[in-house]
Design a protein around this ligand. Structure first.
Ligand SMILES: *[C@@H]1O[C@H](CO)[C@@H](O)[C@H](O)[C@H]1NC(C)=O
Length: 361
């Protein structure tokens, strides 16, 4: 009996003992389960917020921006180069003809501009803006445009805004006073010197492909044409075409020998431009930009406007990386040849950029 009692007591004790263990285990399991659920909930909510923020930034939309889809853009051709980030410059130009007043009209005009440029990789501009105040997405922020490539070259790290406007003038010299005033008030506005591009003055195409510059362009080398001088666009353009015929016909060169030309009135004409080596001075072609002053400047007087535009144009070029930052200006006569005439040289000698200055500037 005692033994039985003992056994009974023992089994009672051990049941209590096991019940104790079970209770502890249940509590632990509950704690772990709750913790586990909490961890899952926290993870899920963190993930949710991360994804939500992410998709929010994807959804970011500029006010008044009409996307390519919205104006029914055709897809771009492949291989358009990407722009370096951050973008350093914004070029503002205008269509000088196309104009629109409301969203439907503007979508139509933008689509037409894309169609008319089907020989290019895409619509040439990064963005367009209409008189309706809306911005139409062209190539956008990431891809290089094809807007000023003839003049300053394509590796230009800029995006462009094209204003859809009727005013008759080209490039960044906008004729409308109101538009000019508005643009000039933009923060960091920097007006570029206007240059007449080859197609504007009616240049013939080069006979062969040009050679790209591979050295630093340290010199702006001035010559004169020893022809009539000119003070209107049409007269300058006629002389330019004659000079080009002479260079390509009589002299048998592949193109106009110089990189740029300038009229006595200060009109600047693109010839080979900034990217291609000229044929104006054999010892210096590969590291200089050759500039032809139209006229005979031992006789003719350059206008102050001509000197000012030339100077500004060269400074612009240096700012845009198309000339070395520390470039010098020379006349051919500094290197034992002749030109660009004493009436130009007497002014150039006073410039800080003049390469043969005897006194520091
Ligand atoms: C002018 O400077 C260039 C480049 O430094 C030099 O080659 C040339 O001989 C100089 N000409 C004169 C006339 O001093």
């Amino acid at each position: 009996m005692d033994k039985n009692n003992l056994v009974h007591n023992n089994s009672l004790n051990s049941r209590k003992y096991f019940q104790g263990i079970n209770r502890k285990r249940n509590i632990l399991i509950t704690i772990f389960s709750v913790a586990f659920i909490l961890v899952i909930l926290t993870t899920v909510s963190i993930l949710y917020f991360v994804l939500k923020t992410d998709s929010n930034s994807d959804d970011f939309k500029f006010e008044n921006l009409i996307s390519r889809d919205e104006w029914n853009a055709a897809p771009p051709k492949s291989g358009i180069p990407f722009l370096e980030s951050p973008i350093k410059r914004i070029i503002i130009a205008h269509t000088a003809g196309e104009f629109c007043d409301n969203e439907n009209e503007c979508k139509f005009v933008v689509k037409r501009i894309q169609n008319e440029n089907s020989h290019l990789d895409d619509i040439p501009y990064n963005f367009l803006i209409g008189n309706d105040g809306k911005v139409y997405e062209g190539r956008g922020f990431e891809k290089e445009g094809q807007h000023t490539s003839n003049l300053y070259g394509s590796n230009y790290n800029s995006i462009d805004f094209i204003i859809l406007s009727q005013d008759s003038l080209v490039f960044n010299n906008i004729k409308s006073d109101a538009l000019n005033e508005a643009v000039s008030k933009l923060k960091n506005f920097y007006p570029l010197q206007k240059v007449y591009r080859r197609e504007e003055w009616g240049a013939a195409n080069p006979k062969e492909a040009h050679t790209k510059f591979s050295q630093k362009k340290e010199i702006a080398l001035l010559s004169h044409s020893v022809t009539q001088t000119c003070s209107s666009f049409s007269h300058c353009a006629t002389i330019m075409k004659n000079i080009q015929r002479n260079h390509m016909g009589n002299n048998g060169w592949i193109d106009f020998a110089f990189n740029f030309a300038v009229g006595a009135n200060g009109l600047i004409f693109e010839c080979r431009g900034f990217d291609f080596v000229g044929a104006h001075f054999s010892a210096l072609n590969s590291r200089s930009i050759g500039i032809l002053a139209i006229g005979e400047f031992n006789e003719d007087e350059p206008s102050q406007e001509m000197l000012d535009t030339l100077e500004k144009f060269l400074e612009d070029a240096a700012k845009l990386g198309k000339l070395s930052e520390d470039f010098k200006i020379h006349g051919r006569q500094d290197f034992g040849s002749s030109g660009p005439g004493e009436n130009i040289m007497k002014h150039i000698r006073e410039w800080c950029r003049y390469g043969n200055r005897t006194t520091p500037c």
